[in-house]
Design a protein around this ligand. Structure first.
Ligand code: 5GP
Ligand code: ZN
Length: 139
């Protein structure tokens, strides 16, 4: 896609710090890292989000995430690795080309705010009704 920065990275028109590539996906370091080793995995084919990406590309992304997360574990020995993937401007997706974040946390780094939400029990009736609504919408 013309004006997409991640398509430009795929085509080599913009640089990246590549860590992994296969016929369907590319993985590279995020240039505004939340933590040391923050890595993005993208499909080479443009798709904006989880609703648009093809099943084959989605499979390739997740198989690659296992390889890259294993390499991150080997290289950085983190306390853990969070995966995060945003769909839509309303949840702060900034680059409208599907990407899976791999965010490690090393022992010299603070807790990741994306993983540190407070547990507060919800309204069981509302949870049940919402679950039923989603379930009924499945095709
Ligand atoms: P989002 O909020 O869309 O899930 O996150 C987009 C991510 O892409 C951000 O973490 C941002 O730092 C990263 N990013 C934006 N532009 C570039 C770029 O040109 N190169 C790289 N490597 N990362 C980028
Ligand atoms: Zn793109």
């Amino acid at each position: 896609m013309e004006d997409c920065i991640f398509c430009k990275i795929v085509k080599g028109e913009l640089p990246c710090f590549k860590v992994y590539e296969d016929e369907r996906v590319l993985a590279f370091e995020d240039i505004n890292p939340i933590s040391k080793g923050h890595t993005l995995i993208i499909p080479k084919n443009h798709a904006e989000n989880l609703w648009q990406i093809s099943p084959d590309d989605l499979t390739a992304i997740h198989l690659a995430s296992k390889k890259v997360a294993t390499a991150i574990k080997q290289a950085l020995n983190p306390l853990g690795v969070a995966t995060l993937q945003l769909n839509g401007k309303g949840v702060n997706q900034l680059v409208m080309h599907y990407h899976l974040h791999l965010v490690p946390r090393s022992d010299d780094e603070p807790e990741l705010s994306i993983t540190a939400w407070e547990l507060e029990q919800g309204d069981m009736e509302a949870i049940r009704a919402t679950g039923e609504k989603i379930s009924a919408a499945l095709v």
